[in-house]
Design a protein around this ligand. Structure first.
Ligand SMILES: NC(=O)c1ccc[n+]([C@@H]2O[C@H](COP(=O)([O-])OP(=O)(O)OC[C@H]3O[C@@H](n4cnc5c(N)ncnc54)[C@H](OP(=O)(O)O)[C@@H]3O)[C@@H](O)[C@H]2O)c1
Length: 252
């Protein structure tokens, strides 16, 4: 059996309606997993579902995961259909690049709600015995902004640093339940979040950022491939780590 295969695993992916989460969905499907796709935009989730391997069993949860009282009940329904969950990727997130004087209390709340709290709340549900397979693997998509300073990113960087730190503590706590917990820190990846950021920054600042990537800007699949590794049995001894996938950005 290929240690990197996800055959017979059910993986729940937040942020599956776009960018990195969509690519993770396609690659997990190609590696044999069945999927629960989560996002707010049902139409875009359906589009992701249409890109999957035809043999993949797929369920959709179209919800704002920062404000859903019903999340556990919905997950229970999906587990009844697909079986217990053996992997989770928290890819839902928002990014804002703004000078500190334009940061508001609301902005910090909005960013932390989805980037950090929604992911850890989902992990709380998926770590319950009634929803989890005997062994499981959780992957949180952080960012190099959680490791390296970037102007205009106080709230975003703080949220991504919190993801890396929280991942380590979850790894310690959940190892007893045979759950591995890791984060991935990408640098700039070619997705709608990046297009929006480049729009906010303007052409000059954007090309400066591109130049800081020795291997250039990444593609969503570069991150998805790292997720496949962490979700698979090939990573059975990997927990509490932060895997940096950044084309050399943070090595300088
Ligand atoms: N692209 C990059 O350069 C880059 C670099 C480092 C880290 N990252 C991180 O990678 C992750 C994915 O980024 P991306 O570039 O793929 O962004 P994206 O294309 O904008 O996708 C963001 C996803 O988050 C979902 N989402 C946002 N708020 C949500 C909410 N309240 N409830 C449910 N789903 C929600 C969106 O779904 P709906 O719109 O359907 O709600 C969408 O699927 C983010 O955490 C980001 O910080 C990205």
């Amino acid at each position: 059996m290929d240690a990197f295969s996800l055959t017979n695993k059910t993986i729940l992916i937040t942020g599956a309606s776009s960018g990195i989460g969509r690519s993770c969905s396609v690659e997990c499907s190609n590696s044999g997993a069945n999927l629960i796709l989560v996002g707010r935009n049902e139409e875009e989730l359906m589009k992701t579902a249409s890109l999957l391997n035809p043999g993949t069993k797929v369920e959709i949860i179209a919800e704002d995961i920062t404000h859903s009282e019903r999340l556990e009940a919905i997950i229970a329904e999906k587990v009844a259909v697909l079986g217990k969950v053996s992997g989770f990727i928290h890819c839902a997130g928002i990014e804002k690049t703004l000078p500190l004087k334009k940061h508001s209390v609301q902005l910090y709340h909005d960013i932390f709600e989805i980037n950090v709290i929604a992911g850890f709340e989902m992990a709380k549900i998926l770590s319950l015995k009634k929803y989890k397979e005997e062994t499981s693997s959780f992957v949180f998509i952080s960012s190099v902004a959680g490791m390296v300073g970037e102007a205009g990113k106080a709230a975003y960087s703080a949220s991504k640093g919190a993801v890396i730190a929280g991942t380590r503590s979850l790894a310690m706590e959940l190892s007893r339940g045979n759950i591995r917990v890791n984060s991935i820190s990408p640098a700039m990846v070619n997705t709608p979040i990046l297009e929006k950021m480049f729009e906010d920054l303007g052409e000059d600042a954007s090309s400066e950022i591109i130049k800081k990537h020795p291997l250039g800007i990444g593609e969503p699949k570069d991150v998805a491939n790292a997720c496949i590794f962490l979700l698979s049995d090939a990573a059975r001894w990997v927990t509490g780590s932060n895997l940096v996938i950044d084309g050399g950005y943070s090595a300088q």
